[in-house]
Design a protein around this ligand. Sequence first.
Ligand code: ZN
Length: 166
Amino acid sequence: MVSGTMTIDCPQCGKKAKFVETDHEVENFGTVIITTLSCEHCSFRFSDVLSVTKGKNAKKFKAEIQKPEDLKTKIIKSSTAKIKIPELGLEVSPGPRSDGYISNIEGLLERFQQAIEIISKTDKKKATQILGQIKKARAGQKKFTVLLEDPSGNSALVGDKNFKID
Ligand SMILES: [Zn+2]
């Protein structure tokens, strides 16, 4: 693991923020670099993931989650990735608030769950319904599809099977 730390200007408040780069090896994929920018002045925080071989990587992936083991499928998500789970009506769009991370499908569902719990105060009925579906999916009781698209080539779904579709 190689890491480096730099000080750069915070994009939110302009004061000095800490920028950390760390290398990670992902099995069946290769080396990825995780970058984290954190500012102690305004608590701005942003992470992203870059693939060392991004020029050679596929841009579209599809994983059918049919049994509990499939929830362990790795996901490498950069800030430019778009994720969709049609059966659950869930979607992540790229943008300045879309962090990059390495996780697995279960971790992805957990992130969706946390996001919905935050917004559930405004539309409680709908949120309760979606949360029920997510909990079923996390328990391996519901089949669903994960679609990942990233034009930058920094994202991937990685596991025993081949999930590349483009
Ligand atoms: Zn700041």
